[in-house]
Design a protein. Structure first.
Length: 294
């Protein structure tokens, strides 16, 4: 079993085996804030801090029979003592979470996390109900904002879904433009339908433009930067020269939305076609705008 799932089960164990879903997410968040290298990352969601990865693990554990999911919350469904199996620092942190926050209900935990971590209240549907006007001002101040027109590029290799989405939010990206030819991924959250769903949930529009992608059979045997450079020479000659109309549509989208991001897989911008694509789009414009790889 993944260690991160043992943490969730140990947390439930400390709470007599049962927690409401909102309380579980908030307690797991507060625990994660105490870890040097958190097992779970979180995004600002409709009830505050939320981890898609934790939610996916919860669904998996329900399907495996380790948890029972009902209208009252989640219940641990085995007798294994997971708390004792955790690292000493994690046992200490979980015990402190139980001591400090164990008596708080879901609303109290939301209020506590909103006040102390206002960024995570940005998309909350409850914030105005449970925060004072002064506290709401701090939430509003935590929202990234920029009027500067910027074409971003972003890859998801090596980072979590939450880290990726937080990059979009923190850079005030309005539209995510998926430039993969085939928008499928073995990595959780990055296939087209899920990525669109998760972007929509935080106010980022998602569009897929496959015409400017590269066929998977062209991406074989890329063992050095030279191999990538040769691939992109062909890409510029054959694809970019033939898709000026599509690139112009992306440029128009940028002019309207001001802050859009081209996305593909590779972390290294020099090994991804989004770099020559972004440069080609920039060359079509008579107006100056920032090109930024995040």
């Amino acid at each position: 079993m993944f260690y991160r799932r043992k943490i969730i089960l140990a947390l439930l164990e400390l709470f007599e085996g049962k927690l409401e879903k909102i309380r579980l997410q908030k307690l797991l968040f507060l625990f994660s804030m105490r870890q040097a290298e958190p097992e779970y990352e979180f995004i600002p969601y409709k009830y505050g801090c939320f981890s898609f990865s934790a939610q996916a693990d919860l669904v998996t554990m329900v399907n495996k029979g380790l948890l029972i999911d009902d209208q009252d919350g989640l219940t641990k469904n085995d007798t294994v003592k997971y708390f004792a199996a955790l690292k000493a620092d994690d046992r200490k942190a979980l015990a402190e979470i139980k001591k400090l926050y164990g008596a708080m209900n879901g609303t109290a935990l939301m209020r506590h996390t909103y006040i102390n971590y206002p960024y995570f209240a940005l998309n909350s549907v409850k914030a105005t109900e449970i925060l004072t006007p002064d506290e709401m001002d701090k939430v509003k101040a935590a929202r990234p904002g920029s009027g500067k027109t910027t074409l971003f590029t972003i890859g998801y290799e090596g980072i979590s879904l939450e880290h990726y989405i937080n990059k979009l939010i923190r850079n005030d990206v309005k539209v995510l433009v998926d430039v993969r030819k085939n928008p499928l991924s073995m990595k959780y959250g990055f296939s087209k339908s899920l990525l669109k769903k998760f972007c929509d949930s935080v106010g980022v529009e998602y569009v897929h433009i496959p015409e400017v992608g590269i066929d998977s059979d062209q991406r074989q045997e890329l063992n050095s930067q030279h191999d990538y450079d040769q691939l992109f020479l062909v890409y510029k000659k054959e694809n970019l020269s033939a898709t000026k109309g599509v690139q112009s549509k992306i440029l128009e989208l940028l002019k309207v939305k001001k802050r859009i991001a081209l996305t593909c897989f590779e972390a290294n911008i020099c090994q991804c076609h989004r770099k020559p694509l972004a440069e080609s789009i920039a060359a079509l414009s008579q107006d100056q705008f920032e090109l930024k790889h995040i």
